[in-house]
Design a protein around this ligand. Structure first.
Ligand code: F6P
Ligand code: MG
Length: 452
């Protein structure tokens, strides 16, 4: 079950794998150590301080392994559900490999699992998230786009008086079209790439206005949004109306995902939404249960945005209350399967996580958000840009029971598939060096799935 193209690896100097493994990951880890030192300085109980000090020492050992290209060792058994998956992969497929010569997506994921291990084997700090401060802080600086959306969408969705059924459907299609793009570009705010971004840069990435969206639509290089609408349109009445989000980043992206999911529920297109998050801190900004709870509670009870008007704050509270109500009613369900925090690509999902595959196969549509999910769907390999999406995701399209899938991804790494021709990518290579990592381009790609 492997594609015919080789995976990207850290020693591929022409790929973003090289800069990531050699430079970005040590920088991210260094900042994580600074975060823990800050927490340590805020403690007063000796036992907790000593315990946290040991976590820092383990992080420093990880830094040593990362920068000396040490072999990937088994993960210490901390009793978590993903341990058998990790240690099987390490023993069976990646034995003797290191951070640089192992496939990039595996080695990068392994680094985040090792980072979690630094805490999971401690006594007091098992759930510590080194990126939590950063995630909250960035959301609190996203006020402009946050209020743009809350002011527009806090009122329950309803049609203007006197519309015919056809006009109603067209009105829904237009909102769907817009919110799909809001949800897509929400993915541009990824903290692992924002290390050097200014306030202005963040604001630019988060523009949600209609004009801005129209201008950026041409940057969606493979665009199945028309087909996506047909799938969603046909949910109503016909099937269970279940949509799944395999989430990516916390904060602003999660907020955009929820605005989108809110519309799907209110319009009656979907009945239930399942959100799939991560069990621990992952690729800097990915959503954990704590981030999910934080967002919803902060919207209702928080006082994050000092310059906001009363109307803006009220709009956010109303949205937050409605979303919490969906959770209480079981319309929105938050889940966290251990498989999402492994180094496996989704080529192995049907085999390595059959329970999860079965669960997803009952969904009417699974939306995969972001760059990492896209890399995992496509095996993170050198596939030609014109490779059809369904071919590029292998078993997730061809296995009996595969659900309908859509990847909503701003392009931040080398693998690009689903374009009309290879020339589109070749021309960008010539004209816009760095286009594959800037997050300025995107894809919306659909796979039709396969009946069980
Ligand atoms: O590929 C570049 C990268 O920064 C990886 O570290 C990671 O796969 C990804 O982008 C993170 O982006 P996202 O949050 O969109 O998955
Ligand atoms: Mg992410």
């Amino acid at each position: 079950n492997q594609p015919p193209w080789p995976s990207y690896r850290g020693y591929h100097e022409y790929s973003f794998a090289h800069a990531t493994m050699g430079h970005r990951l040590p920088t991210i880890l260094g900042k994580a150590i600074d975060d823990v030192v800050k927490t340590l300085n805020e403690q007063h109980e000796e036992e907790k301080i000593v315990d946290l000090e040991a976590c820092i020492q383990r992080m420093e050992a990880l830094m040593g392994d990362l920068t000396s290209k040490a072999d990937l060792r088994p993960i210490v058994d901390d009793g978590e559900g993903d341990i058998p998956l990790w240690n099987k992969a390490l023993a069976r497929y990646f034995r003797g490999q290191n951070f640089i010569n192992a496939p990039w997506v595996f080695a990068e994921a392994y680094k985040y699992r090792r980072l979690h291990e630094c805490f999971s084997i401690s006594k007091y700090w098992q759930d510590y998230d080194v990126f939590f401060r950063q995630k909250c802080d960035t959301f609190s600086r996203s006020d402009k786009a946050v209020f743009e959306l809350s002011m527009r969408f806090h009122e329950p969705f309803k049609h203007r008086e006197g519309l015919s059924d056809t006009e109603k459907l067209e009105a829904e299609r237009l909102v769907f079209h817009e919110l799909t793009q809001v949800c897509l570009w929400g993915n541009a705010t990824d903290l692992s790439l924002l290390i050097n971004m200014s306030e202005e840069d963040i604001k630019k990435l988060q523009s949600t206005g209609g004009e801005h969206l129209a201008a950026t639509e041409k940057n969606i290089l493979g665009n199945h949004i028309g087909r996506l609408w047909e799938i969603v349109r046909d949910l109503r009445g016909n099937t269970g109306g279940r949509v799944d989000f395999v989430l990516d980043n916390a904060g602003f992206e999660l907020y955009c995902d929820c605005v989108y999911a809110d519309f799907l529920i209110q319009s009656g297109l979907a009945k239930t939404i399942h959100f799939h998050g991560k069990r621990f801190a992952w690729f800097v900004s990915d959503v954990t249960r704590k981030d999910w709870d934080w967002l919803l509670n902060m919207m209702v009870y928080g006082d994050l945005f000092k310059n906001a008007s009363d109307a803006e704050l009220e709009s956010l509270r109303r949205l937050g209350k409605r979303w919490k109500q969906y959770v209480a009613e079981g319309k929105w369900i938050y889940e966290q399967h251990p498989f999402w925090c492994t180094g496996y690509t989704f080529f192995t999902l049907p085999e390595e996580a059959p329970d999860l595959f079965l669960h997803l196969s009952r969904s009417d549509l699974v939306l995969f958000k972001g760059d990492l999910n896209h890399r995992k769907l496509t095996y993170d390999c050198h596939a030609p840009a014109s490779t059809p999406f369904e071919e590029s995701i292998g078993p997730m399209a061809s296995t009996a029971g595969a659900p309908k899938i859509c990847s909503l991804r701003t392009i931040k790494s080398d693998v690009v598939v689903g374009l009309e021709s290879d020339e589109v990518a070749e021309n960008l290579d010539k004209e816009k060096p760095g286009w594959k990592i800037s997050g300025e381009y995107a894809v919306i790609l659909v796979s039709e799935g396969r009946p069980a």
